[in-house]
Design a protein around this ligand. Structure first.
Ligand code: SF4
Length: 297
């Protein structure tokens, strides 16, 4: 599927030109060699000032129409905002925080429960994880999981789905934790840049799981990127890239390096995604509506 883009060019006479394309680079080359449009042919060279990316032509063209209706001043504000997108993460965080406050959101009662939850939540929803966690009763400890027969563990975690795999993953991550004597303080004493790669080598632990464990179970400052974060980045938009690492780096370089702030920020994104920024967004009432370029699209 082709990506679709809308773009704004600044022409040599300082006027602005808005267009739609599926290939920005080629399109700008065309404008600059005189085959792009009649308007830009007489106003070369042109410079790309702004762009937005869309999954489909219809949304891109709707946005193009909206931008074309804007006044010159509104377009300049859009361009200025785009070029200072480095500040957008803090603006987003401040806006969500002002609306929802401190959510005191923590995905578990104990560090080990958080580790288990981070594994069990893969490819399922949280209510299934809760059912599996409830099945442990008073036995949700690393010692119990380390010693239990795999078949029994599978039965306990069955409500979370993919139970055969997840039982193996739980055994593996528990064995990793055993190397630290199941002690939170001992884990916390290790440098984060050694712990993270180490956890990523554990069977069943990908980037989101590793960061969830390190942030929520051990209060270490590593930002968690999930599907809600990726969706918001694309819609708002944040020029954070598309892959996990670049989005994580984008948030981490914009926010103060603090486990508390990363925790709040992620929790705020999650609650806003559940209330408003759903698959089909409910933009009316969303606290980000006045700043989000997808509002009303
Ligand atoms: S305004 Fe709409 S698209 Fe933008 S963040 Fe809010 S719900 Fe999502």
């Amino acid at each position: 599927m082709n990506q679709n883009y809308i773009y704004i060019l600044r022409c040599s006479d300082n006027t602005l030109y808005t267009g739609w394309t599926t290939d920005i680079k080629k399109r700008i080359e065309a404008h600059n060699n005189g085959t792009g449009s009649k308007y830009t042919r007489a106003r070369r060279p042109v410079e790309l000032m702004y762009s937005e990316e869309f999954d489909n032509k219809q949304d891109a063209q709707r946005r193009e129409y909206k931008i074309k209706q804007m006044t010159r001043q509104e377009k300049e504000l859009l361009i200025a905002g785009y070029n200072t997108s480095a500040n957008k993460v803090t603006t987003l965080y401040d806006t969500l925080f002002a609306h929802y406050g401190d959510l005191h959101w923590w995905p578990g009662q104990t560090p080990y429960e958080i580790i288990v939850g981070a594994i069990l939540t893969q490819n399922t929803n949280w209510s299934n994880v809760e059912k599996a966690i409830a099945n442990f009763g008073d036995n949700l400890t690393p010692e119990f999981v380390a010693n239990i027969d795999p078949a029994e563990l599978i039965d306990i975690i069955r409500p979370a789905g993919f139970f055969n795999q997840k039982a193996l993953y739980l055994k593996a991550v528990t064995s990793w934790y055993a190397d630290y004597g199941y002690d939170v303080g001992t884990v916390q004493k290790q440098p984060l840049d050694e712990l993270r790669p180490e956890l990523l080598k554990v069977k069943g632990v990908g980037q989101e799981t590793a960061d969830s464990i390190l942030l929520y179970a051990f209060s270490l400052p590593t930002f968690v990127v999930d599907a809600y974060t990726q969706r918001l980045c694309e819609r708002y938009p944040l020029t954070a890239g598309k892959d996990y690492s670049s989005i994580k780096e984008h948030f981490e370089t914009q926010l103060p390096k603090s486990a508390e702030v990363y925790n709040h920020c992620h929790a705020l994104i999650v609650i806003n995604a559940k209330e408003y920024c759903k698959k089909k967004p409910l933009c009316d009432g969303c606290p980000l509506a006045s700043k989000c370029r997808r509002y009303g699209i």
